[in-house]
Design a protein around this ligand. Structure first.
Ligand code: THU
Length: 160
């Protein structure tokens, strides 16, 4: 028997202004997408923007449903659209911004588990990491060099 320790590396930017210009641009696209969120039930709106290797930017927002589980998160709305429209083009980076209309959201909002699993699938597919940046409406921004930092021990096709 042995114990294993799993560590992860993240970079924290204290403020949006510290981000590189191209990342600011992507986060602004996510912020624009967030305005199109359909979230009457949770009142929690999320925007995501994905930079592709062909320099296209694909965006998405959370889309809710009266039958709650039928809704979809912003990250998966965006990544499935990118996968459907550009199946052969690598995804380089995803920016995520989220917040509630009921109270200020000042801490970074990471992607949920189902979104992490979905993003991981595309990292495996393209055999290259996807950088993830996430934030609340204001405050710190967290960067992960790869989705795998956020989801160790992924379930992938190698287990099938
Ligand atoms: N949501 C996202 O869009 N992304 C996440 O990673 C977490 C949650 C959405 C789903 C739902 O519309 C609302 O936020 C509240 O859970």
């Amino acid at each position: 028997m042995k114990e294993i320790k799993i560590e992860t590396n993240l970079t924290v930017f204290d403020h949006f202004d510290e981000l590189p210009e191209d990342v600011k641009n992507l986060m602004n696209k996510a912020s624009d997408a967030r305005l199109k969120s359909y979230s009457p039930y949770s009142k929690f709106s999320v925007g995501a923007a994905i930079l592709l290797e062909n320099e296209e930017i694909i965006t998405g927002s959370n889309q809710e449903n009266a039958s709650y589980p039928s809704g979809l998160c912003a990250e998966r709305t965006a990544i499935f659209y990118a996968g459907a429209m550009y199946p052969e083009v690598k995804m380089l980076r995803m920016a995520i911004i989220a917040g509630s209309s009921q109270h200020p959201t000042v801490t970074p909002v990471p992607p949920c588990g189902a979104c992490r699993q979905s993003i991981a699938e595309y990292e495996v597919k393209q055999e290259a990491p996807i950088e993830i940046y996430f934030m609340g409406e204001t405050g710190k921004v967290v960067k992960s060099d790869s989705l795998s930092n956020l989801l160790p021990l992924i379930f992938d096709k190698s287990q099938l």
